[in-house]
Write a protein that binds this ligand. Structure first.
Ligand code: SAH
Length: 369
């Protein structure tokens, strides 16, 4: 008798062997392996971005995104008192497009450009090479780091992270009659991967009161790694000065609901189906991220939607300038890009922007200037 062939990716086979030997692995460990396993992890081998990839991010939609974020960065440097040295840091830069677009704007501001040194935090060697090519000459002066703990400690940090926190593994808990149990990945009778209730549990005291009565089967996600990285960065910024801007899709208040998803070639696929070949992400809990920043010693500013953030930075004016005098088809393309970035039914509402800095800093846009 031949059994049906279970998941056939090389990483899937390895995960099955690990589970056979050691029992179910947490969703957190599964997601971590799928994304960053040095040999078969998604970011190490796949071509995630763009029309031929699995998803498209705001900097790849339009240069306006990086240019406007760059304008915010330059204004923030000025608002912090134009320190003579500053480290511009990007977390998870993908193809390097956002950094390249930010630098085009920064080049017009010598006070910033002369003060800034460039730092990219990126685990994937393959993506580092692409980032280097995208950055061209600026790549010669860029420092790459595996971890945020390797960032320099001698000057203020202005940190930008677009779609970084959603790419970090989450834990999932499922409500059972015995309370919250950590969700894990095990094997069914045919040897295929399936979700199971693991043995770990969750301290109910750590939950908001309105989740105490969650129905059986409800799923709760936590993001311990995202929160730990935010707390570490906030601690550094509290000591060194600076600010952090995180842009991502997510929710403003802790709530139940599963957001872990797998994407391949712009389509949703089952989360367990193609380990290492599909991108896995989860929506960011901005309430938890803001709390982590506060624990690290900074004040989180009220969230803006991406639409508000870009419009208030002058998206329409910038689009108008670039489009002026151009042929009809260019103008239509530009209109489409603006729509995609800022319209509520596109990226405008789902994507949120969190800015954090010292309590007494006056951040452009977020502190009423
Ligand atoms: N910011 C880019 C890409 C987002 S995809 C854009 O907007 O287009 C996520 C990025 O984070 C990739 O570059 C990935 O390699 C990187 N990454 C994922 N996990 C990471 C980790 N733990 N440390 C550093 N970089 C990571």
């Amino acid at each position: 008798m031949t059994s049906p062939e279970p998941q056939t990716t090389p990483l899937g086979a390895r995960i099955r062997a690990l589970i056979e030997a050691g029992g179910p692995m947490s969703v957190f460990d599964f997601m971590g392996l799928c994304l960053t396993d040095p040999e078969h992890g998604y970011y190490m081998q796949a071509e995630p971005f763009g029309a031929d990839g699995d998803f498209i991010t705001a900097p790849e939609v339009s240069q306006f995104f990086g240019e406007l974020v760059g304008a915010w960065v330059v204004q923030t440097h000025a608002a912090l008192g134009s320190p003579q040295r500053v480290h511009l840091v990007e977390l998870g830069p993908g193809r390097g497009t956002l950094m390249a677009d930010m630098l085009r704007v920064a080049a017009l501001r010598p006070a910033f450009r002369e003060a800034a040194s460039l730092h990219l935090v990126e685990t994937s060697r393959r993506l580092r090479a692409i980032q280097r090519t995208t950055l061209g000459e600026a790549g010669d002066h860029t420092h790459w780091h595996d971890r945020i703990t390797d960032l320099p400690t001698d000057a203020p940090l202005i940190v930008v992270a677009n779609e970084f926190f959603d790419a970090l593994p989450v834990r999932q808990y499922v409500r059972t009659p015995q309370g919250w149990r950590e969700r894990a990945v095990g094997l069914d009778a045919a040897g295929s991967l399936q979700f199971v209730a693991g043995t770990g549990s969750l301290d109910p005291g750590s939950l908001p009161a309105d989740l105490a009565g969650a129905a059986e089967g409800a799923i709760l996600e936590t993001q311990p790694l995202a929160n730990a990285l935010m707390e570490e960065l906030a601690g550094r910024i509290a000591r060194q000065g600076g600010a952090l801007l995180a842009i991502d899709y997510g929710y403003a208040r802790t709530a139940t609901g599963e957001t872990l998803q797998a994407l391949r070639a712009h389509r949703h696929v089952p989360v367990l189906a193609e380990p290492g070949l599909a991108d896995l992400t989860a929506h960011v809990n901005f309430e938890a991220l803001a709390r982590a920043a506060r624990t690290g010693g900074l004040r989180p500013r009220p969230l803006l939607t991406q639409g508000d953030f870009l419009l208030r930075l002058g998206l329409l004016e910038r689009a108008g300038q670039v489009g002026a005098g151009r042929p009809q088809e260019d103008q239509e393309r530009i209109r489409g890009e603006v729509e995609r970035l800022a319209a509520p039914q596109e990226m405008g509402d789902l994507f949120k922007v969190l800015a954090v800095a010292a309590d007494d800093a006056v951040l452009p846009l977020f502190d009423g200037v």
